[in-house]
Structure formats: C-alpha cells, structure tokens
Design a protein around this ligand. Structure first.
Ligand code: NAD
Length: 354
C-alpha cells in the first residue's frame, strides 16, 4: 500500500435503488428548491415529459436539446429558459451529454442540480465539465459543477441498447483502471476502483445476454457509481489522454473509443504499475488486466478496432504526434514508437501487447 496520500471526499448525496425516480420531488424539497427545469436529449424528450409529470408543479419547464460534448450555443439556449422560467434547480435525466448540460448551467448560475443517469459514463459523480465552442473542446474542474444529488434508478437503464451498454460499461471501467495507478491515488479510491471493475466485469455479460435483467443492470449501475467516483477523485493518464486526442481529432464516438483503447493502454502501463494492474486483473478474474479487458470486450461484443468506428489509417501518425504533446502524467514514460505501435494495433483491432 502507499504510505502517504491525500483523500478528499466529494459531497454528493446518492440515492440508489429500483424505482427511486419517485424520490425526485422529495430530493428537490431537500435542496430547498421549488422550480425545476428538466433537461434531456431530444431522443429522451419523452422521458423528460414523464419526469415533469412526477414533479407536478415543481417542474417549470423542459429543455430537450442536450448534445454530445456540451456545445456552448446549446447551453446559452438553455440558460435563456432558466432565466425566463426563473428556475431554481436543474434535473438532468440522461447520459453524459445531458448531465454535462446541467453542469454547464450550474457553472454559470450556481443553481443546484440533480442528476439522474441513464448510461454508465459516470459524469454525475465528477466535478469535471467538458464544453465545446467553435469545435474546440476545453475541460475544467470546479466544485460548482458537481451534482448535489444523484438518483440511480435501475429501471431507467433497461432500455440502454446492448451495444451502448457494453461500450459505456467499458468507458466506466477505464476510470477505475486509471485511478488504480494514478499519481494521486489513495487507498479508499483504490478500493472503489477494484470493486467497480469487479462489479462491471461480472454484470456486463448478463446485461448483454438479457438487457431486462434487473439484477445485472443494478450491479452494472453500482459499478458505474464507483467508477464515476474514481474519475472525479483521481488524475487520469495515458488512456484518457489518447481517447481525448482520438475523439477530438477524428470525431470518434466517446464510449466506443474508450472501449477499444482500454485493453491496449492497460497493456502499455502494466510494466509501469505492476501492483495496480495486479489488482485490476484480480477484479477481472484474469491473468492480466489487458487480457481480462480484451476478453471481456470480446464476450460483450464491444468494437475492437478504431478503423471500424471511423478513424482513417492515415490518422495514426497525427494521433501519435498529438499524444506525445503535453502528455498527462503516466506510470510508464511515453516512447513515441511504442505509442504509435499501440495506436496501430487498436486501429487494426489486434490483441494488446505490452
Ligand atoms: P450520451 O449522453 O451522449 O447518450 C448517448 C445516447 O444514448 C443519447 O442519444 C441518449 O439520449 C441515449 N440514451 C441515454 N440513456 C439511454 C437509455 N437508458 N436508453 C436509451 N437511450 C439512452 O452518451 P454518454 O456516453 O453517456 O456520454 C458521453 C458524453 O459525456 C461525452 O460528451 C463525454 O465527454 C461526457 N462525459 C463527461 C464526463 C465528465 O466527468 N465530465 C464523464 C464521462 C462522460
């Protein structure tokens, strides 16, 4: 174990359980709020309508235009509604895109937000916000954007399509894998990371086999919560850096990119973080973390090749160059030729190698 560390708990109230969406009105009361603006994507507008019904007169409006990577123009439209309706809290129901919009509003207004996540991305547990303006994405960390309350209701995840469940679950696991070897890791977050990886590894095959399996779904959501805390609490390294570079440069889908890269970055970092990777392997019940993640990705039919999600082969050199620029701290130093080989393997869909 590490003999020196700093641990700072993030002050979010978590309400977890099947049917807990019904607790939303009471949770709004607890925040001292009365006028909620409900947020969703356009695809989930119908759900936002149901939430409005649950809230009755506590809901003053719905904004259903949340979009990937929190475009500033969309936030400005939502801000107009916040002002026009004199909303005193926001409720974000959806995945990382919707929760990102709630965070962007909280940053600008200081209003409390309640997040009701319906994917496994984990944004609800972090004080991190990524925003896009004129095609440029910037990320900030601010206590103002951390949701005051998170409601995890498994019934809202039953409709998450198997393909998105698989990639979103691996996206969650990536937060925990990197937390295990983070420079600012600590014993509590490492416990959560190991438990989060184990819960998701156990749950995801069941979720894919039967998306209506409430037990598997609840276990996946429990793992998601723990992995979200990891992302909010520990610094991320090579894996997140590569995913940001690849997603930002080639406009690749978020969860799929994480799912493809994770076995490769775990293999790369194994020599630099043997204890962390031993714990990840134990959670995966595998001989090595990379092997366990690769085999899990195969079992849950996650994509394995960047070329299959839209990355051109000609982009490998560009991605390598960007990955080597302003690198995040990493447990194993970055060697350009090894990073290029890693990206090439991930592009082609080949098995990971250290
Ligand atoms: P998403 O929020 O974009 O959702 C993907 C699609 O799935 C949307 O159309 C959504 O409406 C739909 N969907 C969501 N839940 C569903 C359900 N239960 N049933 C059916 N359809 C459903 O995707 P995401 O992967 O959750 O989030 C990705 C975004 O979140 C990215 O912009 C990423 O940068 C951000 N993110 C931020 C953090 C952070 O800490 N700031 C963490 C993770 C992700």
């Amino acid at each position: 174990m590490d003999h020196e560390f700093i641990y700072e708990a993030l002050p979010t109230r978590v309400v977890f359980g099947d049917g807990k969406l019904a607790a939303l009105p009471a949770e709004i009361d607890k925040l001292g709020a009365r006028r909620a603006l409900v947020l969703s994507t356009s695809a989930q507008a119908g759900w936002a309508g149901q939430v409005a019904k649950v809230l009755g007169e506590k809901c003053v409006g719905i904004f259903s235009e949340a979009a990937m990577h929190t475009p500033v123009e969309v936030t400005e439209q939502a801000m107009q509604q916040v002002k026009d309706l004199a909303a005193d809290c926001v409720v974000g129901l959806g995945g990382g895109s919707t929760i990102g919009l709630g965070k962007a509003i909280a940053l600008r207004t200081g209003l409390p937000q309640i997040a009701v996540p319906t994917t496994y991305a984990g944004s609800e547990m972090t004080p991190i916000l990524g925003q896009t303006e004129k095609g440029v994405k910037t990320t900030l960390r601010d206590a103002l954007v951390l949701p005051k309350t998170v409601i995890y209701d498994v019934s809202l995840t039953l409709s998450l399509p198997p393909a998105l469940s698989a990639t979103s679950g691996l996206n969650a696991m990536a937060h925990a894998v990197e937390a295990l070897y983070a420079q600012d890791r600590n014993p509590i977050v490492s416990l959560m990371a190991e438990e989060g990886i184990a819960a998701l590894a156990q749950a995801l095959p069941g979720v894919i086999a039967d998306p209506q399996d409430r037990d598997a779904r609840a276990r996946a959501q429990y793992g998601t919560w723990l992995c979200g805390i990891c992302l909010g609490s520990a610094g991320m390294a090579l894996h997140h850096k590569l995913c940001h570079v690849l997603g930002g440069t080639f406009d690749l889908p978020h969860a799929e990119t994480h799912a493809i890269m994770l076995p490769h970055t775990a293999a790369y970092n194994a020599p630099g973080a043997p204890e962390a990777m031993r714990r990840a392997a134990r959670a995966l019940k595998a001989d090595s973390a990379a092997e366990g993640l690769w085999s899990l990705a195969g079992r849950i039919k996650a994509p394995r090749a960047l070329k299959d999600i839209g990355m051109p082969e000609s982009g490998i050199a560009k991605a390598t160059e960007l990955a080597m620029k302003n690198p995040y701290w990493n447990p194993r130093p970055l060697a350009e030729k090894d990073i290029e080989a890693l990206i090439r393997r991930a592009w082609a869909g080949e098995a990971p190698q250290a």
